[in-house]
Design a protein around this ligand. Structure first.
Ligand SMILES: [Ca+2]
Ligand SMILES: [Ca+2]
Length: 156
């Protein structure tokens, strides 16, 4: 009984830590450099039993993450929303802040999703539209592909 309670407490703690980590899993043991960034940026988007990430998983996750950060639902992240998003990255594996590269004071969905789309394209070495765990762990930087748009959501 005591060991069951201890296990449950440990499981709840692990689940809480995962939920508080901004949706990003820490890199696995021995992960470093490029492989750490692949797992860090893409792993949390997986909806597959084997941990792989499909392009549909990624698009849905980007849209959900952006919608969650866009607290006033105006379709853009203002300075305050961006600051909260970046603060939430503290103590996660993804320490690269979101930056308003447009200089408009706002971050749109394309800018928000660009880092994830780039990581996906770089990791999908066989270009089959699915990034496996192995591809995430072995992804290396390669020249970026031409800009790709996020598939519009017909329900919006
Ligand atoms: Ca907003
Ligand atoms: Ca692949």
């Amino acid at each position: 009984m005591r060991s069951t309670l201890a296990f449950c407490a440990l499981a709840l703690t692990a689940a809480s830590l995962a939920a508080c980590g901004g949706g990003h899993r820490p890199p696995g043991p021995g992960a470093s450099g490029a492989d750490a960034s692949g797992v860090c940026l893409l792993g949390a988007f997986s909806r597959q039993a084997d941990g792989s990430v499909t392009r549909a998983d990624l698009d849905a996750g980007i849209k959900a993450g952006f919608a969650s950060a866009d607290t006033n639902a105006d379709g853009a992240l203002d300075h305050g929303e961006t600051a909260r998003l970046n603060d939430a990255k503290t103590n996660t594996c993804d320490v690269t802040p979101f930056i308003d590269w447009s200089g408009t004071g706002l971050i749109g969905l394309d800018n928000y999703g660009a880092r994830y789309l780039t990581a996906f394209d770089q990791a999908d070495t066989n270009e089959d539209g699915v990034v496996t765990v192995v591809e995430m762990q072995t992804s290396v930087r390669k020249p970026p592909k031409p800009h790709r748009e996020i598939t519009p959501d017909p329900s919006v």
